[in-house]
Structure formats: C-alpha cells, structure tokens
Ligand binder design. Structure first.
Ligand SMILES: Cc1cc2nc3c(=O)[nH]c(=O)nc-3n(C[C@H](O)[C@H](O)[C@H](O)COP(=O)(O)OP(=O)(O)OC[C@H]3O[C@@H](n4cnc5c(N)ncnc54)[C@H](O)[C@@H]3O)c2cc1C
Length: 478
C-alpha cells in the first residue's frame, strides 16, 4: 500500500511515535464515530507545526494523499480514509501542547489537536469556556474544519464566530506555513483568509494552531421542558421567549415525541416528568443562563423563567400547552440521551438539515405526512437545535425490515429527503456537520458551476496536493 522507502523517510521526519503502520494500531484511526471505516496506508502523527509542514511537503512531492484527522467524531465520513488503502491519515492528536491564556483579551492560543474537554477543564478555574457545546468531544482543529454548531449556537454562534486567528499548513511542495495568527476581534485590513479554512473539511490546508474567543462560564442556569400547543405554535413560542428573555436565552432545543420515547426506553434511569408518563408529540428544552453568582435580593433564575412562562401562558395566541421547570442536569440528560436512544430503535438514517426557522415544523410535518405512503415502515425521530434552524432529521427502520434488503431503498430515501429540504423549503443539506464523502454527491448536485470553479481555483492556489476527503471543485477538475 505504501513503499518502505516512504515509511523510512517519514519516520526520519516524525520518529517512531509519529508513524503508525501496524493494522491493529491503525484501526482506531480508520474507524469513524458512527458510520464509516476505511483503510489507511499509514497513520502520521506530527507533534509540531514544523513536523506537519515537513510531513505534508514530503507527501505532496511523492503524491501521497493525506486525510487530516482530529478527534474523529465527525459524522460525514470526512476524517477517515476510503477503502483503497492508498490514503494516509494525518492525525493531529499529538499536537496538543500550547495553551496561552490572555485574560484581558478573553482569548486563548492553543495547538489545534487539543481536545475540547481538556481546553474547557483548563479554562474552568478562570471562569471561562469555549462556548461551542455538543455531545461529542472533538479536537479544536476538527471543530474549525467542520465549523461545529452545537446546542448553544443561539447565544454564542458557531466556531466561525469564535475563531480569531490560526496557523495553517498548505499542501504544496514546500508545506508552506501560513501565519494567520491574530488576537484581534476588530481587524478590517483586507481579505479575512482564515475563513477559507473554517467549515471546508481540510481541503485547503491543515489548521495547526489557533486563537479562540472565550466566554464567561454561566454561574446560574434554569431549564424547562415546554410543550407547544401544536407544531404551528413552536415559532411564536420562541419569539415570545426571545422578546422576554433577550440574551438570557441560551438554548431552545426541539425533541419529537418519538425521539423522547426512544430515550426513555434506552436509558431507564431517566426521569419521565410528564403526567402519567404520557410523552407529548413535541417537547422543547429551553435554557436560560447568566454569568454572575446569585445576588441577595435578586430574583432567582428559576423565578425569572417561571415569571416569563406565566406571561407566555396568558398570551392570547396560547402557544403553550404545558411547561415543567426542572433541574438542568435532569433535563439535559434527556436531551443528551436522544441520539443513543434513537440509534437503538433500528437502523438509523440521519440527516443534518437546516431551514429558515419558520419552515422547520412545516418541513417535519410535510415529511411525516408523506412518509407512510412513500416509505412505509420508516419512523421519523427528529430532534435538533431549532432555535438556530437546525434539525437532526433522523429516520429509523426496524432491523428486520425487508426495506433493508433493497439496495435502492436508502439512495431513494436520501434523494427524496434532500430534494424536499433543499428544493421545496430552500434549506441546507448540511447544517453543521460540513461536507465529507458521505454528502459529496449532494454538494455536487446543489452547488452551482461558477462556485465550483471558484473553489477549484482556491484549491490550486492554496493546496494543490492531495489533501482531505472532499472535492469542492467540479468533478473533472481534480
Ligand atoms: C454524539 C455526537 C454528537 C455530535 N453533536 C454535534 C453537534 O451538536 N453539532 C455539531 O456541529 N457537530 C456535532 N457532532 C459532529 C462532530 O463532533 C463535529 O463535526 C466535530 O466538531 C468534528 O471535530 P473532530 O475533531 O472530531 O474532527 P474529525 O472528525 O477528526 O474531522 C472532521 C473533518 O475535519 C477535517 N480536519 C480535522 N482536523 C483538521 C485540521 N486540523 N485541519 C484541517 N482539517 C481538519 C477532517 O479531514 C474531516 O473532514 C457530533 C458528533 C457525535 C459523535
């Protein structure tokens, strides 16, 4: 799969620790978080930007394809190699030493291989955190390359909004190190080049270091489960909450009754708070937070939430059918159990789509109405970050369903879901997981030719070598 002469040369650059050749040691790198696995000719593990540069330069000169990998938690088959056994994995897992905190600037400079949990653990004693919150534990470089969203996008935005600067190594014959380091929030001195590397799956360069915006850790949090009067009342409810809570509102997560039921079935320790154990058709997790400790004489955050919910309850449009204020750890435990719960119902076919907020429920209702006729036996278990327009539109098929024996079933299903999402509702076929081999075909289908040509030009300009699992240019260009 790769000649010994290359292994020897790369070992010369990276040392024994930096070159993984044995099949059993490669396996964890070759296997993705959920759907994918491939075969790598070797796993390369540089520990510094200089080593990344030397490795890339060598591989580009010798035509060795590289797939950058960070935490390997991506969900679109971007971080694993294909099955050919010809691609090398460039893992950033040893690039995790630097940590320079600037308290005045509320920013931190780190190596891109640092784990999100390690970053936040080190920030906690300073009352700070990197505000991208999700159910996995990725590394920062992978978060930049996928522009991770998460549950608190509504308040803090995505990675793009929280990256100030970075160092990138380009896949050219010199392994050019591009210094885009910047600690400034305000900087309008030309093209903002760092944006080229955010959300583009490593196609244009490998992020090795970065400067991140930090936020104050919330010191008070209150949560509630809200039952909307109907699907049509979800957005009026969100608007009413935003009007009354402003920047306090930090999460507004939607959960279908099917997904909640699956979570209760899979995690028996979860407390079912609904009357008689009856799960409603749709439930919303609302969270509010503030960054200071409770002050004497100040209304508690639970009381603030209750007051607001009482006001919403009295609205003429009556958007709320029920509301249960409860401890954040219990309520979030339900939200975090949805993914696993749904997965255990059968074969999961997941879509990470987004819409104008007002179209989310219309899309879900449209699909639920047409599903029984178009694809009988497929259950919709959607949930998602609906405060920012994102839906994890999950479909489940029983493991013994004859549908799974039909090779045309999944392609037909995917084609239909994306067509309704993109063509009918003008949504996105990739809300927050970026592009990988898994959705390359939909990038090809839904991106216009001019944009593909422009992307091909940028690719030639930045990283003409074989880098990443995604092709942003037209199929003929690369
Ligand atoms: C249980 C679970 C929950 C999740 N929840 C969310 C969620 O709420 N929101 C969300 O947005 N995502 C979510 N994800 C998806 C995933 O965690 C994110 O996409 C994540 O940020 C990827 O980071 P990573 O370090 O794992 O990157 P990887 O998976 O290793 O790589 C992702 C992509 O980035 C490229 N890449 C990696 N490192 C670099 C680098 N240094 N330079 C250039 N390119 C690079 C890879 O080639 C690949 O294309 C979830 C995943 C799981 C398993």
């Amino acid at each position: 799969m790769i000649e010994q002469v290359h292994i020897d040369a790369l070992t010369g650059i990276l040392g024994d620790k930096g070159v993984v050749t044995r099949a059993e040691d490669r396996q964890a790198y070759e296997t993705g978080a959920r759907y994918d696995s491939g075969l790598a000719c070797v796993v390369l593990r540089p520990a510094t930007t200089a080593e990344v540069s030397a490795t890339i330069a060598y591989c580009v000169r010798h035509g060795i394809a590289l797939i950058p990998q960070s935490g390997n938690t991506g969900l679109v088959s971007g971080s694993t190699p294909d099955a050919s056994g010809t691609e090398a994995i460039l893992s950033l897992d040893r690039l995790a030493k630097a940590f320079e905190l600037d308290l005045d600037n509320r920013s931190v400079r780190v190596d891109a291989g640092l784990r999100l949990s390690d970053l936040n653990r080190r920030l906690e004693e300073h009352g700070l955190f990197f505000p991208i919150d999700l159910g996995a534990d990725p590394r920062i470089g992978g978060m930049i390359a996928t522009n991770t969203g998460g549950s608190r996008f509504l308040k803090y935005g995505d990675v793009r909004r929280n990256v100030l600067g970075m160092t990138v190594v380009l896949a050219d014959e010199d392994g050019t190190v591009l210094d885009l380091q910047c600690d400034l929030r305000k900087n309008n001195t030309g093209v903002d080049w760092k944006q080229l590397f955010v959300g583009t799956s490593g196609a244009f360069g490998v992020v090795t270091e970065c400067v991140l915006n930090l936020e104050r850790l919330p010191q008070q949090t209150a949560t509630a489960l809200l039952v909307p009067a109907s699907g049509a009342h979800v957005m009026p409810l969100l608007r009413a909450m935003e009007e009354r809570l402003g920047a306090y509102l930090s999460a507004f997560e939607g959960m279908s009754g099917n997904a909640v039921t699956a979570a209760f079935a899979h995690v028996p320790s979860l407390k079912n708070p609904f009357q008689g154990g009856h799960v409603p058709d749709y439930v919303i997790l609302a969270e509010i937070s503030r960054t200071w400790a409770p002050r004497e004489g100040e209304q508690s955050l639970d009381a603030v939430l209750e007051t607001v919910l009482a006001e919403v309850w009295e609205m003429e449009t009556a958007p709320l059918a029920d509301a249960l204020v409860g401890p954040p750890h219990e309520i979030w435990a339900l939200r975090h159990a949805l993914s696993e719960g749904v997965k255990h119902l059968g074969k999961l076919i997941a879509f990470d789509v987004s819409f104008r907020r007002g179209d989310i429920m219309a899309f879900c209702d449209h699909m639920k109405a047409e599903m029984p006729e178009k694809f009988p036996g497929v259950t919709v278990c959607d949930f998602g970050h609906i405060g920012d327009g994102g839906v994890h539109f999950n479909l489940v098929v029983a493991k013994d369903s004859p549908l799974l024996g039909d090779p045309t079933f999944e392609p037909r299903l995917r084609e239909w879901v994306f067509a309704v999402a993109v063509e009918t509702y003008h949504g996105s076929f990739s809300a927050e997981h970026a592009i990988g081999r898994r959705n390359q075909a939909y990038y090809d289908l839904y991106t216009n030719d001019k944009l593909k040509d422009m992307a091909a030009g940028l690719k030639t300009l930045t990283s003409p070598g074989k880098l990443g699992s995604v092709r942003f240019g037209p199929a003929r260009a690369e």
